[in-house]
Design a protein around this ligand. Sequence first.
Ligand code: HEM
Ligand code: HEM
Length: 183
Amino acid sequence: MRYTLTARLLHWGTALALLMVGLIGLWLAWAAPEDEAFKLRLYNLHESFGISLFTLTLLRLLWRWRNPPPPITPPLPPAMARLAFATHAALYALLLALPLVGLMATNAWGFPLAAFGLLPIPSPVGKNAALAPLLSTLHTRLALALGLLVALHAGAALWHHWGRRDDTLTRMGFRRPGGGEGI
Ligand code: HEM
Ligand code: HEM
């Protein structure tokens, strides 16, 4: 049994969007372009897709509540199931916390966000010079934590597929050569 098509699309859509948001974030942090207008557009893209990920994650949790994940065959030992659950819970928590902290950071620096240049997004904090650097540091650390967790998560998925040879990854729509269906 696989995850629903909606759950699979939400999962791989999240992965793709996260990759893009993360890469633009690193670009801005390490090699920001000189051209001021282009740089501001990159910031807006990073922030707009980041906020979209927040919404997508809320929708995803709502969908998961209505459509619980299918069982894994053969079943996982209880300790492993608990570890997987904890990792997924932490991934969801970071997918919600990171954009929120980012939003508060930009507002604290004095740059309110209009998503995709159109939709004003309200922030729980306004301009605040004392808070801004703290929120930025927190944003960086949470991004690092999410990156490490995603690496662990993807490694675990590959281990389930090629090491333990269970159906964890095929449930998420990944095709095994010579058998099963893709997404
Ligand atoms: C899941 C979503 C997000 C991810 C994975 C992410 C990741 C990153 C990464 C890797 C960086 C570069 C490291 C750094 O300098 O801190 C960065 C920077 C930044 N991000 Fe995000 N981000 C996300 C969402 C957001 C959102 C929604 C906003 C604002 C609305 C935002 C605002 C910023 C800003 C302003 C910076 C420049 C660095 C700084 O604050 O000093 N981010 N982000
Ligand atoms: C890049 C960012 C990624 C994020 C944020 C992410 C996040 C998540 C989350 C939160 C779940 C839990 C789904 C549920 O509610 O049951 C999940 C499940 C899963 N993910 Fe990812 N994922 C990412 C990338 C990947 C990659 C690259 C792979 C494969 C190499 C992968 C394979 C899987 C599999 C197989 C499951 C099902 C696990 C299970 O049901 O126990 N994910 N992912």
